[in-house]
Design a protein around this ligand. Structure first.
Ligand code: CAA
Length: 283
């Protein structure tokens, strides 16, 4: 199958980044979300990123315009009737994702592959709501998508080998490095990353050190580009809590219990950078 048109569902931080790299790779891309202001905000983020690259001399103005011309805004999932490959990047909620996959299964052409950018939910369960589970796959990008090289590719129980191969090739065309991972809670990235962020939050909770000191230890001592609390704020504390809950429930192991301070912050609406307050204050 020759992929020409990709639909990205969800125009937030992840979805707009995925749409950007897909359009940069030469694909025609639908950027879909439930409301026009959401897709417009996604397009504004992409335009800002591309303009920054033009200013730095990394992209010509003509190339920027060509990339933007390949992006089509959409607020109707029925537009996926035209798509060869769909990448869903909506909120981490199984009910929301399965509703979208059922609808996609109805509207997409039979050859279309349906991928989810889920960071921790089982691909096998998402695939089971469709009549094409062999064409459903996990494609987990990292934030910020235009910068981070990794894509975890997750096979569900029924994912076909040729679908895996095509998704791997597509990731490379989008300038990414695909890594194959099996369908376990949190895959590899979040199974390893989230317990470290949760442990850093325990260090704040137990008074081991201040957030600034903890981040300094990990940046200067372990060469991490961001400290764990800064990174948790950047990812979103609600997302971190959700992923810890998926790990805790999925493995039934107390080592994955979310820190009470993380729960408290999320209940207070302190969700990190996006809400203006998390372990740090953002203006
Ligand atoms: N969008 C697009 N480009 C961005 C960007 C964004 N949001 N943020 C930074 N950049 C670009 C900058 O423009 C700059 O580009 P050039 O090299 O062309 O100049 C480059 O990235 C470096 O940026 P900065 O110099 O401003 O800052 P930095 O060197 O500190 O890098 C960073 C920023 C890449 C975000 C770095 O801090 C980093 O790697 N942080 C850790 C990110 C990480 O761990 N991501 C994974 C999160 S977990 C996840 O995503 C999975 C999940 O399921 C939760």
């Amino acid at each position: 199958m020759n992929v020409q048109t990709i639909m990205v569902i969800g125009a937030g931080q992840m979805g707009s980044g995925i749409a950007q790299v897909a359009a940069q790779a030469g694909f025609r891309v639908y950027l879909n979300d439930v409301q026009q202001p959401f897709v417009e905000r996604g397009l504004a983020t992409i335009t800002k990123n591309l303009s920054r690259n033009v200013e730095k001399g990394k992209l010509s103005e003509d190339d920027k315009q060509a990339i933007l011309s390949r992006l089509v805004l959409s607020t109707d999932l029925a537009d996926a009737a035209d798509a060869d490959f769909v990448i869903e990047a909506v909120t981490e909620n199984m009910a929301v994702k399965t509703a979208i996959f059922s609808k996609l299964d109805e509207v997409c052409p039979p050859h279309a592959i349906l991928a989810s950018n889920t960071s921790s939910l089982p691909i096998t369960e998402i695939a089971a709501v469709t009549k094409r589970p062999e064409k459903v796959i996990g494609m987990h990008f990292m934030n910020p998508v235009p910068v981070m090289k990794l894509v975890e590719i997750i096979r569900g129980l029924q994912t076909a080998d040729e679908v895996y191969q095509l998704t791997e090739d597509l990731s490379k065309q989008m300038g990414k490095v695909p890594v194959s991972v099996n369908d376990f809670p949190g895959f590899v990235s979040n199974r390893v990353l989230m317990p470290m962020l949760n442990e850093a939050i325990y260090c704040v909770y137990e008074g081991v050190a201040t957030p600034e000191a903890i981040d300094e230890v990990m940046k200067l001592g372990m060469n991490h580009p961001m400290g764990p609390l800064q990174l948790a704020d950047f990812i979103g504390l609600d997302t971190c809590l959700y992923i810890m809950e998926v790990l805790h429930e999925g493995f039934g192991d107390s080592k994955y219990r979310p820190c009470p301070l993380l729960r408290k912050y999320v209940k207070a609406g302190w969700l990190g950078k996006k809400s203006g307050r998390g372990f740090y204050v953002y203006n």
